[in-house]
Write a protein that binds this ligand. Structure first.
Ligand SMILES: Cc1ncc(COP(=O)(O)O)c(C=O)c1O
Length: 378
């Protein structure tokens, strides 16, 4: 039988390739973005308790009410935005399903979606699988800001959505209030939906405040904000996230969500609902990761690789000089130096190569120390 692929050009992702290479080569793996330190014992006990208490069957389709109520309270406190847990919050299988369900619900054949490269790898295929046309614009290095004049030029009568991501993977850049105001003005003027990927909302440094779309009332009316407990609680394997969007948009997202996963892990949702009620469990995340970033930067001192500014997320970009492409450099570093990064060109549709490598610093000090030692002799 001849199979007609809907994503013919999609192969094995760079994350799989680099992680496999790291394993084969016995290299330290700073390529994939996951923490190597433990999840809170308290949270693990809570999940265990919820399982023992018998919460092991399907959860309600939009999410466990207690968790949605807890999310609404946190969102009110953090962004001063009231959100109705019944009609505006939907629990999803991680940020990835939230992105896919949102695009599936709202994007169809012929719709254009503006997104910014370097971008998270699920955005483009999610748009194309649903018949949409991704319009890739490049962020401006070295600070990876959005060129709003370019955005204005690319808006057409077919533009349906703009996707933003702050704090940003892979660059660590963050959007500021002026970016959000411009986004709001464009969204209102052109009647656009905004998908705002905010999975790193709490991993933000140097006393910067996270500029959520939820803080801007006119923007929030046309936006879906996407979050991930995997990032906030060092538990990327649990795959629990959520969307916040106005009722009419949420209604559509839930139509897709109910046929993608229907519902999400019950005992984890129950436990998160309880765990979220204590802000001590998440308020210090920015400080925690800023210390990790600074520890890593300190270990790098003396390296020929130069760090770019990183204001959020748990990724540090390093630039290098020389003839090697970033893919060659990443391979060389993994095989010869036994340290695996990700080449940043992998996050670009046009494969732009700015000679940048991405390193995940969500690791224990010993791993960061060993990595620094290698980077000092590269
Ligand atoms: C920018 C961005 N969005 C979404 C996700 C997916 O989140 P989750 O692991 O909760 O599916 C990630 C994970 O790496 C990410 O970096």
């Amino acid at each position: 039988m001849k199979i007609k692929s809907r994503l013919p050009e999609v192969g094995t992702s760079i994350f799989t390739i680099m992680s496999r290479m790291a394993l084969e080569q016995g290299a330290i793996n700073l390529s994939q973005g996951f923490p190597d330190f433990p999840v809170s014992e308290k949270l693990i006990h809570l999940i265990h308790r919820k399982m023992k208490e018998g919460h092991n069957q399907y959860a309600p389709m939009p999410g466990v009410p207690a968790l949605r109520k807890a999310i609404a309270e946190v969102v009110q406190k953090t962004y001063q935005r009231p959100s109705d847990f019944e009609t505006e919050i939907t629990v999803t299988a991680g940020g990835t399903e939230a992105i896919f369900a949102t695009i599936t619900a709202l994007i169809g054949t012929g719709d254009e979606v503006i997104l910014f490269d370097p971008s998270y790898d699920s955005y483009d295929p999610a748009i194309r699988l649903n018949g949409g046309t991704p319009i890739h614009l490049n962020l401006l290095p070295p600070d990876f800001s959005i060129d709003w004049d370019e955005v204005k030029k690319k808006i057409t009568s077919r533009t349906r959505m703009i996707m933003v991501n702050t704090p940003h993977n892979p660059t660590g850049s963050v959007l500021n209030a002026s970016d959000l105001k411009t986004l709001e003005q464009l969204a209102v003027e052109h009647d656009l939906i905004v998908l705002s990927d905010e999975v790193y909302e709490r991993i933000i440094f140097e006393n910067k405040t996270h500029e959520s779309v939820l803080k801007y009332p006119a923007l929030a009316k046309q936006s879906i904000a996407i979050f991930s407990f995997g990032k906030t609680f060092h538990a990327t394997g649990w795959k629990v996230g959520y969307t916040i969007a106005p009722e009419a948009i949420t209604k559509e997202i839930r139509k897709a969500h109910q046929f993608i996963t229907f519902s999400v892990n019950t005992p984890v949702q129950m436990a998160l609902g309880e765990y979220l009620t204590d802000p001590e469990n998440f308020l210090h995340l920015g400080k925690f990761y800023q210390q990790k970033r600074d520890f890593f930067l300190n270990e790098l001192k003396g390296s020929t690789l130069k760090p770019l500014r990183c204001f959020g997320s748990y990724f540090q970009l390093l630039s290098y000089e020389g003839k090697k492409s970033d893919v060659e450099m990443a391979e060389w570093m993994t095989k010869e130096m036994k340290l695996a990064p990700i080449p940043v060109s992998a996050f670009y549709k046009d494969k732009s190569d700015h000679k940048l490598l991405r390193f995940c610093f969500a690791k224990g000090e010993e791993t960061l120390q060993k990595s620094g030692k290698i980077l000092r002799i590269v």
